[in-house]
Write a protein that binds this ligand. Structure first.
Ligand code: ZN
Ligand code: ZN
Length: 136
């Protein structure tokens, strides 16, 4: 499936081909800190189809929960998280794109949850939390 999207300010755009069935949630503590929220939703995009316009800022996290260094890309203007990949120059084999920036996010339902051991305990109880259609 074709996916495309942009950061909050529109400075960076992303596009590529992705398998919706590979959409997943990550509950690792790195994702919690990097997003400022409880978990991250991502989808893999092969390097052969991945295109980015603009110049993302890359932060290399050398002590990721997984033990592998990861390049975390975000917009230098608005700070939106964009994707992670293997560190290095030029195109990489795989990009893990943040679903929240994609126009197709309605069609990208997570199929698995990883790093469940550090999931916030309340994520299973969202149904029971009071809901407002808008802010008030
Ligand atoms: Zn931006
Ligand atoms: Zn994670």
């Amino acid at each position: 499936m074709r996916i495309d999207g942009a950061c909050t300010c529109g400075n960076i755009t992303i596009e590529g081909e992705a398998d919706p069935a590979a959409t997943s949630i990550c509950h690792c503590t790195d994702c919690q800190t990097a997003t400022g929220t409880a978990f991250r939703v991502s989808i893999p995009v092969s390097g052969a189809t991945f295109k980015v316009t603009g110049e993302p800022t890359i932060y290399i996290k050398t002590t990721a929960d997984s033990g592998n260094p990861r390049a975390q890309a975000f917009c230098p203007k608005c700070g939106s998280p964009l994707y992670s990949t293997t560190p290095g120059e030029g195109p990489q084999a795989l990009y893990i794109v943040r679903v929240g920036i994609l126009r197709q996010r309605d069609q990208l339902e997570p199929k698995r949850q990883i790093w469940w051991r550090s999931a916030r305990p309340w994520v299973t109880g969202l149904e029971g939390i009071r809901k407002l259609e808008k802010q008030t």
